[in-house]
Design a protein around this ligand. Sequence first.
Ligand SMILES: Nc1ncnc2c1ncn2[C@@H]1O[C@H](COP(=O)(O)OP(=O)(O)OP(=O)(O)O)[C@@H](O)[C@H]1O
Length: 572
Amino acid sequence: MKKENNRSLRKLLKYSKKYLKYQKTPLILTPLLLLVSILSPFLIKYLIDDIIGNHEFSQILPFVILFTIVILSERLISFIVNYGYYKSTNLAARDEQIYMFKKILTIPIKEFSYNKIGDFMSRVLSDTLEVSFFLGAGISVITYNIIQLIVVSLVLLYLNWQLAVITFIMVPFYYFSLRAFDKNLQKSSELERIAYSDLTEELREKIEGLMPIKSFCKENFFSKQFSYISWIWVKKKNRLNMLNQSAEDFMSFIYELIPVLILGYGAYLILKGNATLGTLMGFYAYLGWIFTPIRNLSSFYIQMQRVRQVSERIFEIHDFPEENMREGKSFPNNDYPITYENVCFKYKDSTVLHDINLTIGTKEKVAIVGTSGAGKSSFVNLIPRFYEPATGKVMINGIDVKKYNLKQLRKNITIVRQDDYLFNMTVKENIMLDDEFTQEEFMKAVKKAKVDKFIGLLDEGYDTVVGERGSKLSDGQRQRVAIARALIREPKVLILDEATSGVDSQTEEEIFDELKEYEMTLIIISHRLSTIRKADKVILLKDGEIRGEGMHEELLKNAPIYKEIIESQLVV
Ligand SMILES: Nc1ncnc2c1ncn2[C@@H]1O[C@H](COP(=O)(O)OP(=O)(O)OP(=O)(O)O)[C@@H](O)[C@H]1O
């Protein structure tokens, strides 16, 4: 366990080097700060032993001016140094958040089935903040404090070695007390993190599920759930704070005890004639300086346990597998038949698709029909590699889809889903998604997707902001915008996964008539007979197996299950 802890701290330390670039100013100024801070005990000693001791009235004013300049310089440099560290901490947090966001965009979709989205959010937003000080200032602050500790120890030894020895004897108490708190702090910190991430996930899920909560008047039920999970977090957080505070107060006790011992022993030395009052006062004034780095280092040490755990959570995101978008074959220009060869697929343990063998020809119009949960969406998700088959291959033009450049594959194969996501931007921005299209291309896409049929109803037409997830549009309107977004890019293969379920039958028919004009392979998952009838081929899926393939009429005649599904499920 200890070895593992050290390993993750070393990893974090190594990683934090990347943020040294933000710490240049404080790094340059800290030696100066150290130098200025050393002057004060000598000035006090000089005041008591030389000015007061020798009745040098004329030296009092220069002394006051000099001391003021020293203190002022110290504060000024300290301000620049500390602000520099805050700045580098914030910049490190920002960089880390951007890095993690970009990383999340490269993680394969399947990973999101096994991990909670709220947990991702809490890692990006709060965990980065917790480690940001360590990343943005950690190495420099630790180094500075260690150097300060050494310098101050030398000065104390120089002032009076006996008093210095008493001070040094107390230092191990600090260390061992910290060790005593360490184990509990680690455990408590881990439990608090888990509880907080559960709370974030709970909040995200319930806000997203606001509609069913309101429709079934379940506000109280879900508020109770939220308050229960929030209560669990508060309990963990209270315990963590209690341990943190006990650690801090115990340290403070030792911190406050030492000056008492020093004053007592110092008085003894003066009375014995082994020290001057100036030395004792200088020593006393400077004593705080040895505890500043010790306190800093010890509170850093306590924080490090937290930082270590949080950084592990951050590194877990860093270490997630990435989709390789750069390498691979170009997508074929003319022939791109899709072939499934002995394809089996499972999400985790349960197999969803069994031994699928099938070819969809270039520019063929295919309808996929099946009962709910038959595996239709899973089937099409394999083509642009949102998921990978457990066994067998999905091929395009005889080449495994894994061999194609993923970016090209996804640009050429587009899936539009029933609940495709619209961003909180205008209708036009949702369609363009920052790509360059001419006004004609834009108008063609919105016309073919029948967005033009309803756009006049919106206050600002194509410049209407659609709200979060497109909440200001109806289901059918949202779906048509999503179809336009796909059509404008003219993919070679267009997959509509119940993408027109919210559109009325007549508009749906019109959309499909328009789609026929495009030179593309069309795969449609639909429950509408009017659509299915128009397909060149119908594929019947049941319980993850292909139970029939052919023209609608053929299947009606030859496949009794097909007839059953058509009669029981389909909308005419
Ligand atoms: N992300 C997932 N993780 C685990 N299991 C999943 C996931 N998505 C779907 N499944 C399971 O896989 C099976 C097939 O689901 P799929 O969505 O492919 O069916 P479908 O035919 O498209 O259904 P529907 O017509 O209801 O949309 C279902 O039993 C479902 O529970």
